[in-house]
Design a protein around this ligand. Structure first.
Ligand SMILES: C[S@@+](CC[C@H](N)C(=O)[O-])C[C@H]1O[C@@H](n2cnc3c(N)ncnc32)[C@H](O)[C@@H]1O
Length: 262
């Protein structure tokens, strides 16, 4: 079974390649702020807050929060090439980075955010418990994580559960809002959640994502699927599934979770 520490080298390699295969890069190509970042950013006023971004990657979220007047922002990532890139891209008096395993952080914060990282931890609930202990009174944990309760999720989860075809090489867990609701009870914290990126969960962005992802899933599973078959599925999705996309609360491709100390 893959462990969190195995991902350090994987991510280091991804960032060294210039993020081209990194999923946030895929979403940032058009120059927009990803829906996930906008949703996190809108959750509170960041002014005068001490904030940690756990698994900060190349620092985009840290920079937004630093610009929004946080007292301090600490971006933590164990991939050296991510932190090197973050240091090159963003510099500010209230912004620091640490290239270590997030478990080693000892200070306390008003807010700990972690975008797309909890599902890479060996024990996500254990990690949330540890982060809760690092919160100042009145503090918040803000997490984002891929959400699978949508057409994209049902297809990829079917390939995973029936055939063990890896959806990504980095996710150790596939989380949904139900996991987070259970954890909020265990943590005795209040939870508000939403999902974002509906187009990615079941619209044309899902089809675009599949164009790039399905050949990789097939390769990593050791299958030789002719490209025409993949094109056939994509065409079916585009013509028959996308027009019927719903708008239920849980259908976005990314879950945004805000835990508050009770
Ligand atoms: C999917 S990326 C997300 C990066 C960034 N938050 C974003 O949204 O673009 C997950 C990040 O978590 C980092 N990471 C995973 N486990 C970690 C750990 N135990 N300590 C520090 N960083 C970790 C990886 O190196 C990677 O940069």
């Amino acid at each position: 079974m893959k462990k969190n520490t195995d991902l350090k080298a994987f991510y280091d390699g991804v960032y060294k390649k210039g993020e081209k295969e990194h999923y946030t890069y895929f979403r940032l190509q058009k120059g927009d702020m990803p829906d996930e970042f906008s949703a996190v950013f809108a959750l509170m006023s960041w002014e005068d807050k001490d904030v940690m971004d756990a698994g900060c990657g190349t620092g985009d979220m840290c920079a937004l929060i630093s610009d929004a007047g946080a007292k301090s922002v600490l971006g933590v990532d164990f991939a050296e090439s991510a932190i090197e890139e973050a240091q090159k891209k963003y510099e500010a008096p209230n912004l620091k980075y640490a290239c270590i395993n997030v478990d080693e952080i000892e200070q306390t914060f008003d807010v700990i955010i972690s975008n797309g990282t909890l599902e890479h931890m060996d024990d996500p609930l254990g990690t949330l418990k540890a982060w809760k202990e690092k919160l100042n009174p009145g503090g918040s944990l803000i997490m984002t994580s891929p959400n699978w309760l949508n057409p994209r999720g049902y297809i990829l989860q079917t390939l995973w559960h029936l055939f063990r075809a890896p959806i990504t090489l980095a996710d150790l867990h596939y989380l949904t809002p139900l996991n987070f609701e259970e954890w909020a009870k265990e943590l005795s914290m209040n939870l508000e959640w939403s999902t974002v990126d509906r187009e990615w969960g079941g619209g044309m962005k899902m089809v675009e994502d599949f164009k790039r992802r399905l050949p990789n899933v097939a390769r990593d599973a050791g299958w030789k699927i002719p490209q025409e078959r993949i094109d056939e599925l994509l065409s079916w999705l585009e013509n028959y599934s996308v027009p019927f996309m719903g708008d239920a609360k849980q259908e976005g491709a990314v879950g945004v979770y805000h835990f508050k100390l009770a």
